[in-house]
Design a binder for this molecule. Structure first.
Ligand SMILES: Nc1nc2c(c(=O)[nH]1)N[C@H]1C(S)=C(S)[C@@H](COP(=O)(O)OP(=O)(O)OC[C@H]3O[C@@H](n4cnc5c(=O)[nH]c(N)nc54)[C@H](O)[C@@H]3O)O[C@H]1N2
Ligand SMILES: Nc1nc2c(c(=O)[nH]1)N[C@H]1C(S)=C(S)[C@@H](COP(=O)(O)OP(=O)(O)OC[C@H]3O[C@@H](n4cnc5c(=O)[nH]c(N)nc54)[C@H](O)[C@@H]3O)O[C@H]1N2
Ligand SMILES: [Mo]
Length: 768
C-alpha cells in the first residue's frame, strides 16, 4: 500500500544537513523561541504571555507534563519549546468562515499538518454537510442538536467513539467521561493509549499504581539518574535544569539511547548567565548507544551482574529487608536472572560487556537511584515487560518509596495524567464507576470500551459510526494512516473539538463538525464569572491554570461548556447531572470530583494553595503496594529483543525539535542538524554503504509486516538518507510522516500501544 500524503507545501529540496549539536539549550534556544512568538503574537502580547507561563497565578504551559518547581520558581519558568507551544495557541492568525469559503475540503486535504496549523486559530463552529465541498458556519445550538440526533439514532451507544487528547483540563475531562458514561458506553480511547499506556500497565502490576513515584526534589537529590528512551532536550527541556542541578550536587547520569541526543550530552541553561556564554554542564557520565528494543535485555543483564555482585559480597548489593518486607516473587526473579545469557545481552543491546559492567557498578554503588523513561521504552512490542524489568532493578535495591529514588515515567501532554485520573479510560475500575453512580444517580456501563487501536478496528469494520475528538489530531497521531483515514471516512459523523485546524478536520465522515474551543492561555468567563481549570503534572501535583488573554474569537466555547451543552441536548433537561450548574461554575464540578475521585478531598480549597497539592501515591508515601499480592511484584520476563533481518533496518519514529506531536512548528531539527524539510531517514553510515546507498540519496521507506505467511507492505515515498550516529541496523525518521508505515496490529503486549519505535523497513532508491 503506497501512502500518498500531502507534502507539496513543503519543498524538500530546501532540506539541508549540518553537523549535529553536542549540547542543548543556551542562546539559540532563547532566540528561536522569541522569534517564533513575535512572529505569531507581536512583541507586546509575547512579553505579557511568556511571563505568565507556569507562574502561580498564571496558566499551565500547554507543552509537556514536566512539573514546575515549587517555591523557587523562576520569573521565566518556561523553555524554548514551551514558548513555541504558546505561540501556536496565542497566535494572532485566524481561520474564519471566509477562509473556509475560500478553501474547499479537497483543497485543504492536500495540505500538510504544518500548513494547516500555520493558518491560525479556529473562530467559528463549522459544519460540512453531506455531499458539500466546503465547511459552512453553524450555530452552536444546531451543532449540538445535530450530534445528539446522530448519537440517538445509533443502534447502540457502543457505536460511538469519544477520543481525548492530553491537553484537556481535569474539569473538562471529568464532565466529558460523565457525559459518555451517562450516554451508555466506555468507549473513551485517549492519546495515552499510544503514549505511556505501557508504563501504566507495568507499574500497575508491579507497584499497584500506574504513576511515577518521584518528585522534582527526588530527581534533584538522586545520586544516580538513568534516562532511557527519552529525549529531554527537545521534549522536556525544563527537565534539563533539574538534571543540571542534580549534576552540580554530584549525581551520576546514565543515558540509554540509540541516538546521541544533544540534551543528554551537555546543557547550557539559558536562564543563567554562565549558561549563555560558558561551555555548559556535561550531563551524561555514561552514554549507552543501545540498539532499538535492547532495553529489556540490558535490564536483565544488569540484574544478573547485580546478583553476581551480591553473591561476591552478600548483604551489600540487595536490600534484603526491603525485599523481605515489601516484595513478592523475588526467588523466581533471582532464579531467572541466573539463567540470563550475557552473550545474548551483548548481541541484543549492541553494547560492550564493559559498558554494562560499568553501569551495573554505578547502580550497586548508588544510594538513591531514579529511572526516567519515555517513548523509547513504551512504544515497543515488549514495552510492559521492559518497564517491569526496570522496576525489578529498583526493587532489588529498595529504591522506591524513599527520598531521591523511584520510578519516573516522564509524561507527554501537559494533562494526560490528570485526564486518566478523571476517568478518561476505557476500563476504569469498579470503585470509580460505583462512586460516579452514587454521586449522580446515573447508571454506568460495565463492559470495557475501545482503546485507540480497538476504536480504529471498530471504525474499519463499520462497527463504530460516530467519532468525537476532544482535542488532538486522531488522523495523524494514530498508526496505519491509510486504515485510519478509511475508517473515519466510513463514519456517519465526525466531530472535532479543536483550537487549530489539522488533518482530522479534512479527513472526515459523511457529516463533519469543527467545534472551536478556548486554549489554556485564554480567559474563560461563564455565567458566574471568570473560571479556572486544574491540571495534574507528571509527578501527581494538581494545580490551577488561569488564562487571561482575550479569546481568539467571541464565538469560542470552553471544553467544559461544549460538553455540558451537548449533554443537555443529548440527555434532556431532566437528566440528574446538574450540567447547567457545572457549566456556570467550575467549583461545582470540583465539588463532585472531590466526592468521586480518591485524593481530591477539599479540592476547591487545596487547589487554591499557592502550589496546589500532591495526590496520594502509596508506594511513594508509605511503601504500600496495592497489588494483587499486597506487595511490590518482581516480574519474570522472557529475554527478547529486536533483531534486524538481512537487508532491512529497524525504524523508530520520533519527534524533531520543531514540533509538538502532529503540530509542526517549523522545519528546524536544530540539535540533529536538519533544516528546511522533514522527510529524512537517519541511518548508520556503514549500513548506507552496505545497502548500496549514498548519504543524501532519495529513498522510499517500505515497512514489512508478516501476516498469514505473506508480507504486508506499506510505503512512504521520497525520503532523504542522512548518515547519522545510530547503531548498525537501526534507523530513525519523524512522526507523523512515517505513521502510514506502522501496522495497526503491531502493538505492545498487554498495553495495546502501537509499536512506533520498532518497524521493520527496507529502503528502496527512488526510481530504482
Ligand atoms: N517540544 C515537544 N515536547 C513534547 C512533545 C513534542 O512533540 N514536542 N511531545 C510530548 C509527548 S505527547 C510525549 S509522549 C513526550 C515524548 O518524549 P520522548 O519520548 O522523548 O519523544 P520521542 O521523540 O518519541 O523520543 C524517543 C526517544 O527514545 C529514543 N529511543 C527510540 N527507541 C529506543 C529504544 O529502543 N531504546 C531506548 N533506550 N531509546 C529509544 C529515541 O532515540 C528518542 O531519543 O514529549 C512531550 N513533549
Ligand atoms: N509514529 C508515531 N506515532 C505517535 C507517536 C510516536 O512517537 N510515533 N507518539 C504518540 C503519542 S506519545 C501521543 S501523545 C499521540 C498524540 O496524539 P494527539 O494528542 O491526538 O495529537 P496532538 O498532535 O497533540 O494534537 C494536536 C491538536 O490538538 C488540538 N488542540 C491543541 N490544544 C488544544 C486544547 O487546549 N483543546 C482542544 N480541544 N484541542 C487542542 C489542536 O487542534 C491540534 O491540532 O501521538 C502518538 N502517535
Ligand atoms: Mo505522548
Amino acid at each position: 500500500m503506497v501512502w500518498k500524503g500531502p507534502d507539496k507545501d513543503i519543498d524538500e529540496r530546501d532540506l539541508s544537513v549540518h553537523e549535529r549539536k553536542q549540547w542543548a539549550a543556551g542562546v539559540p534556544a532563547v532566540a528561536v523561541s522569541m522569534k517564533r512568538d513575535v512572529e505569531q503574537m507581536g512583541p507586546v502580547r509575547t512579553a505579557r504571555t511568556l511571563l505568565r507561563i507556569n507562574q502561580r497565578d498564571g496558566f499551565d504551559c500547554p507543552g509537556c507534563a514536566w512539573p514546575e518547581r515549587h517555591g523557587g520558581r523562576k520569573i521565566a519558568e518556561f523553555c524554548e519549546n514551551g514558548a513555541k507551544a504558546v505561540a501556536e495557541e496565542a497566535t494572532l492568525r485566524r481561520v474564519t468562515p471566509a477562509f473556509f469559503a475560500d478553501h474547499s475540503v479537497a483543497d485543504l486535504a492536500g495540505k500538510t499538518d504544518y500548513w494547516l496549523g500555520q493558518q491560525g486559530r479556529l473562530t467559528h463552529p463549522m459544519v460540512l454537510r453531506e455531499g458539500e465541498t466546503h465547511y459552512a458556519p453553524i450555530s452552536w445550538g444546531e451543532a449540538f442538536e445535530l450530534i445528539a440526533d446522530e448519537l440517538r439514532s445509533l443502534d447502540s451507544p457502543d457505536e460511538a467513539i469519544f477520543y481525548t487528547s492530553g491537553r484537556t483540563s481535569n474539569e473538562a475531562a471529568f464532565v466529558y467521561q460523565l457525559l459518555v458514561r451517562s450516554f451508555g458506553t466506555n468507549n473513551l480511547p485517549d492519546c495515552s493509549n499510544m503514549c505511556h499506556e505501557s508504563s501504566g500497565s507495568a507499574l500497575g502490576a508491579a507497584i499497584g499504581i500506574g504513576k511515577g513515584s518521584v518528585t522534582v526534589e527526588d530527581v534533584e537529590n538522586a545520586d544516580l539518574i538513568i534516562i532511557a528512551g527519552q529525549n529531554p532536550g527537545t521534549n522536556h527541556p525544563r527537565m534539563l535544569t533539574v538534571l543540571e542541578s542534580a549534576k552540580r550536587k554530584g549525581a551520576n547520569i546514565i543515558a540509554v539511547n540509540p541516538l546521541p541526543e544533544a540534551g543528554l550530552l551537555r546543557f547550557k541553561d539559558p536562564q543563567r548567565p554562565s549558561g549563555v556564554i560558558g561551555k555548559g554542564v556535561a550531563l551524561a557520565d555514561q552514554y549507552l548507544q543501545i540498539r532499538i528494543g535492547g532495553d529489556l535485555a540490558l535490564f536483565q543483564g544488569l540484574g544478573r551482574l547485580l546478583a553476581e555482585a551480591e553473591d561476591a559480597a552478600p548483604g551489600t548489593v540487595f536490600d534484603r529487608d526491603f525485599i523481605a518486607d515489601h516484595t513478592a516473587g523475588f526467588d523466581e526473579y533471582l532464579a531467572h536472572l541466573r539463567e540470563v545469557d550475557l552473550g545474548e545481552v551483548l548481541t541484543a543491546t549492541g553494547l560492550s560487556e564493559q559498558q554494562i559492567r560499568t553501569m551495573a557498578e554505578a547502580m550497586a554503588a548508588s544510594k538513591r537511584t531514579v529511572i526516567c523513561w519515555a517513548m523509547g521504552l513504551t512504544q515497543q512490542a515488549k514495552a510492559v515487560d521492559t518497564i517491569g524489568e526496570a522496576v525489578n532493578l529498583l526493587l532489588l535495591r529498595g529504591m522506591i518509596g524513599k527520598p531521591g529514588a523511584g520510578v519516573c515515567p516522564v509524561r507527554g501532554h501537559s494533562n494526560v495524567q490528570g485526564d486518566r485520573t478523571m476517568g478518561i479510560w476505557e476500563q476504569m475500575p469498579e470503585s470509580f464507576l460505583t462512586a460516579l453512580e452514587s454521586e449522580f444517580g446515573i447508571d454506568c456501563p460495565r463492559e470495557h470500551g475501545h482503546d485507540t487501536v480497538a476504536a480504529l478496528r471498530a471504525m474499519r469494520d463499520g462497527k463504530a459510526k460516530v467519532f468525537i475528538g476532544m482535542g488532538g489530531n486522531f488522523v495523524s497521531a494514530t498508526p496505519d494512516t491509510a486504515v485510519t483515514e478509511a475508517g473515519l471516512r466510513q463514519c456517519a459523523l465526525t466531530v472535532q473539538v479543536s483550537t487549530k485546524l489539522n488533518r482530522s478536520h479534512v479527513v472526515h465522515g459523511e457529516v463533519a463538525l469543527i467545534l472551536p474551543t478556548l486554549g489554556r492561555t485564554e480567559a474563560d468567563v461563564q455565567a458566574t464569572g471568570d473560571q479556572q481549570v486544574s491540571v495534574e503534572d507528571s509527578m501527581s501535583m494538581v494545580h490551577l491554570s488561569h488564562g487571561r488573554l482575550e479569546p481568539a474569537s467571541p464565538y469560542l466555547r470552553s471544553e467544559v461548556s461544549i460538553v455540558c451543552r451537548l449533554a443537555v441536548a443529548l440527555l434532556g433537561p431532566d437528566h440528574p447531572v446538574p450540567w447547567a450548574e457545572f457549566e456556570a461554575n467550575y467549583d461545582t464540578i470540583r465539588d463532585s470530583i472531590a466526592r468521586v475521585v480518591p485524593g481530591f478531598d477539599d479540592f476547591n480549597a487545596r487547589v487554591r494553595l499557592p502550589d496546589g497539592f500532591v495526590l496520594p501515591h502509596p508506594p511513594r508515601d508509605s511503601r504500600e503496594f496495592h497489588t494483587d499480592t499486597g506487595k511490590a511484584n518482581f516480574s519474570v520476563n522472557e529475554l527478547s529483543w529486536v533483531p534486524t533481518p538481512p537487508g532491512r533496518l529497524i525504524l523508530q519514529t520520533m519527534r524533531s525539535h520543531d514540533q509538538f506531536n502532529t503540530t509542526i512548528y517549523g522545519l528546524e531539527d536544530r540539535y540533529r542538524g536538519v533544516s528546511g524539510g522533514r522527510k529524512v531517514v537517519f541511518v548508520n553510515a556503514d549500513d548506507i554503504a552496505e545497502l548500496g546507498l549514498t548519504d543524501g540519496a532519495l529513498v522510499d521507506l517500505v515497512s514489512e509486516w508478516p501476516v498469514d505467511g505473506t508480507v504486508e507492505e506499506r510505503r512512504v515515498e521520497g525520503f532523504r538518507v542522512v548518515a547519522y550516529s545510530t547503531p548498525r541496523g537501526n534507523a530513525a525518521a519523524y512522526y507523523p510522516e512515517t505513521n502510514p508505515l506502522v501496522p495497526l496490529d503491531h502493538v505492545a503486549e498487554r498495553s495495546n500501544t502501537p509499536v512506533s519505535k520498532a518497524i521493520v523497513v527496507r529502503l528502496e532508491p527512488v526510481g530504482a
